[in-house]
Design a protein around this ligand. Structure first.
Ligand code: CMC
Length: 392
């Protein structure tokens, strides 16, 4: 075949050169465009980080004002999206709804299908993606609860606008709690990019065929949905709840995760790249403490999470395999405290990861990368003669 390497799961294969995110899994370092995740989470805002990831530099005040106002102008989605939404049963998972609505942007903006689009055109698609994502995300929730959708309130900032669209009921006066909006903003920063993870690689490979930005991102949303990737944040809470129901028997669940005859894994533990600690998990753990204290919430599931972490980190199975809590371990606890329902957790992750997907799609395009096309080692039956159906 002429194939020289086989690397199932791409554990040790670089797929591209990228100037966006630096990650050192042994030292637990994560930087966006050279800025540490700790600094950005403490000092920046989600839209500022979005600008940084996509355009390479922190924006000046003027640049940020223009970028924010460009996004704000495009928060409305075409009214026909409501018809698409109505076609989904209320039992639909919001991630499926979100991916479909996002992909429908190719139909509403067919000019995005042109692979030779001008940079102004690409900028417009980027702004539209960022503007419409929270609207679609909130609408995917409204569909699940059977409530009428809310339109974006453009007097609010990005996160507050999303929260109001998600929670406000008809004819209700709804005030966004700034503690909730700020915590959400921080969570989105932590999720904003993570180099060539499964969903980002998906965006890049789809984009490499010169597919539109909207279909590339929709593919990324679908990749993120899986329980081994973004879907893990939902699974963490499901697991913690199950342990609670089981009388808090943590040891039993840890043993289940260690049992090679049982497919159960400790959700929120382990990472393909971080083999020391996940720096995002550290920040999130502290943020979870802050949010719970500020909102006066006493969540018994948090206690189970902390005990589980403590016991697992002392266990030789997890030590030998370098399995530490990842970003998803504590993010679900904050989302719960913010009142976000469990099947919306991965949608929150998608909102956060959107700037990363956009930046990576744009980089791929600007670098004129060739189509992504991995090879394989064929292990099937060798050449054989066709047998007529009457003789089989
Ligand atoms: N619980 C129990 N055992 C585990 C776990 C876990 N969470 N994670 C890995 N292992 C074991 C695994 O069974 C294997 O053991 P052995 O060497 O005896 O066969 C060893 O550790 C190495 O695991 P791997 O599956 O080869 O590692 P990977 O790099 O392919 O997988 C992972 C990384 C994140 C998919 C995996 O650790 C996992 O399934 N974790 C649980 C799901 C999760 O929390 N995902 C979120 C990841 S972070 C955010 C994101 O990417 O979206």
């Amino acid at each position: 075949t002429g194939l020289t390497t086989l690397d199932i799961g791409y554990k040790n294969t670089g797929s591209t050169k990228s100037a966006i995110t630096f990650l050192d899994g042994d030292k637990g370092i994560l930087r966006y465009r050279g800025y540490s995740i700790e600094d950005l989470a403490a000092k920046s805002t989600f839209l500022e980080v979005t600008y940084l990831l996509i355009f390479g530099e922190l924006p000046t005040k003027e640049q940020l004002t223009k970028f924010t106002s460009d996004i704000t102008k495009h928060t409305l989605v075409h009214e026909d999206n409501k018809k698409i939404l109505d076609g989904f049963p209320s039992t639909s998972h919001p991630m499926g709804v979100l991916a479909s609505l996002f992909c429908s942007l190719t139909a509403f903006y067919p000019e995005s299908l042109d692979p030779n689009r001008s940079s102004e055109g690409v900028y417009l698609s980027i702004v539209r993606s960022l503007a419409k994502m929270p609207t679609f995300a909130a609408w995917s929730y409204k569909n699940a609860v059977g409530h009428p959708v809310n339109y974006p309130d453009n007097s609010l900032d990005y996160c507050s606008r999303f929260l109001k669209m998600m929670y406000a009921l008809p004819a209700e006066h709804y005030e966004v709690d700034p503690v909730v909006a700020n915590a959400l903003d921080k969570l989105l920063i932590l999720h904003a990019d993570h180099e060539q993870n499964c969903s980002t690689s998906t965006v890049r490979i789809v984009g490499s065929s010169k597919a539109s930005i909207y279909s590339s991102i929709s593919a990324g949303i679908n990749a993120l949905w899986g329980p081994l990737h973004g879907g893990a944040n939902q699974e963490v809470i499901v697991m913690l709840e199950a342990i609670k129901q089981d009388g808090g028997n943590i040891e039993k669940w840890i043993n289940k995760a260690k049992d090679k005859n049982d497919s159960f894994r400790l959700m929120g533990f382990g990472h393909r790249v971080y083999k020391n600690f996940d720096p995002r998990a550290k920040i999130i753990k502290k943020a979870a403490d802050d949010v719970l204290a500020k909102l006066g919430i006493n969540d018994p599931v948090l206690e189970i999470a902390m005990k589980l972490e403590e016991i697992a980190l002392r266990d030789p199975y997890f030590i030998e395999r370098k399995l530490y809590p990842n970003v998803d371990f504590y993010s679900g606890i904050i989302y719960r405290a913010l009142g976000i329902p469990v099947d919306m957790f991965t949608v929150m992750f998608a909102m956060g990861r959107l700037p990363g997907w956009i930046a990576q799609w744009k980089e791929l395009r600007e670098n004129k990368e060739p189509i992504g096309r991995p090879r394989q080692v064929y292990v099937g039956t060798q050449s054989r003669a066709y047998v007529d159906i009457t003789k089989r």
